[in-house]
Ligand binder design. Structure first.
Ligand SMILES: [Mg+2]
Ligand SMILES: [Zn+2]
Length: 192
């Protein structure tokens, strides 16, 4: 059920959704916002959503990049979007390798649950936008709406097969969020 006392969030994957996917990013100089993303985030911010980044960074746990490198990329990431007028309400990372057995690597919803506690969010009124099916599955695990933004045919197919809404551009997802958030019985269409 929607809970008017709690804020709804837009959970956002980072790599491949907000910035160019650099594959185990280690170099802050490689951080580049995807065109149109800042404008889309402005609109979501104006709609009153909390903006919460949830990102798998297994390069740390796999030993491909250091924690210091990950922190430098994170700092540059925040800087780029801060310059564009975007203030994230939270930025959460899973640094673990896939075999570590953690509860926060997407598709598991640990990062979303941590944010829910920290920011007092209503997950049933929240959305997650990512570029891989695992992103959407993390949303589904907590009853949020999962949306993919991708043009990759494999990912489109996997997303649709998992019951996710798929778009080519983030701005299209924002339009859909606007429509769903306004619907009076929105929860009815959030059932898997
Ligand atoms: Mg991604
Ligand atoms: Zn983890």
């Amino acid at each position: 059920m929607p809970d008017p006392r709690r804020r709804a969030a837009i959970f956002l994957d980072r790599d491949g959704t907000l910035i160019r996917d650099a594959n185990y990013p280690s170099d802050p100089a490689g951080v580049a916002a995807i065109p149109g993303v800042a404008e889309a985030l402005h609109q979501l911010q104006a709609m009153g959503f909390a903006l919460v980044v949830v990102s798998n960074q297994s390069g740390v746990g796999r030993g491909f990049i250091t924690e210091a490198q990950a922190a430098a990329v994170d700092a540059q990431f925040r800087e780029v979007f801060s310059h564009a007028g975007i203030a994230f309400d939270g930025v959460y990372y899973c640094p673990h390798s896939p075999d570590a057995g953690c509860d926060c690597r997407k598709p598991l919803p640990g990062l979303l649950l941590r944010a829910q506690e920290d920011l007092d969010l209503s997950l049933a009124d929240s959305f997650l936008i990512g570029d891989k099916v695992e992103d959407g599955q993390a949303a589904q695990a907590v009853g949020a709406v999962g949306m993919l933004v991708t043009a990759d045919p494999e990912r489109v197919r996997a997303g649709l097969a998992s019951g996710l809404v798929v778009f080519e551009k983030l701005l299209q997802a924002v339009l859909a969020v606007r429509g769903i958030a306004k619907a009076p019985r929105a929860t009815a269409i959030r059932e898997p």
